[in-house]
Write a protein of this length. Sequence first.
Length: 199
Amino acid sequence: MALSSVVMFFLHIAYRTKNQGVERMKLEPFDGWRPQRRAMLGALAGVMLPGFLRADTHVGDETLLEVGAEPESGPAVEFDLTRLDTLQTRSFQTSTPWTEGVQRFSGPSLVDVLAAAAFVGNQVRAEALNSYHAVLAVPEPQDPYPILCTRIDGRVLSVRDKGPIWIMYPFDSDERYRTETFFGASVWHLVRLVVLADG
């Protein structure tokens, strides 16, 4: 079996089940941030991805994120790391169910990215490299969370770090984020945001 087939097999097993075709493995109940054993997924993804999305590659002027609408109301807006860095950087320290210890997560807020792309709506579908997706309520304009994390502890995210972009909430500072809803909305390997029409 070819290496790419093996990688696809493991990614399929890890993210399948339930009703929308692809879903990440069931999260264990919250238990003092007991780490989840899913680090292999980022490493496996890095083997099969070309160019700027390879696991150890730091990105610069390559497109990391597309923002569009459904139904289409114009061309998708592309963001590279440089363009994301022109937006206000939000930063906080937190632990997560998927990482060891407390780390600093940094990046622009979701609402700032949507505003920069000039798309308006109440819901947005966040899509990952492996076709996993989650539908999020668009926060109020003054709400800085979630962020689209591009750096952890100042280091640009690679695919192996669940990059190039990881939707992140300040789990430690606000217990309302410590639910399955927000865990499921913390999409890593994010590559596309689709603003959904109301209704």
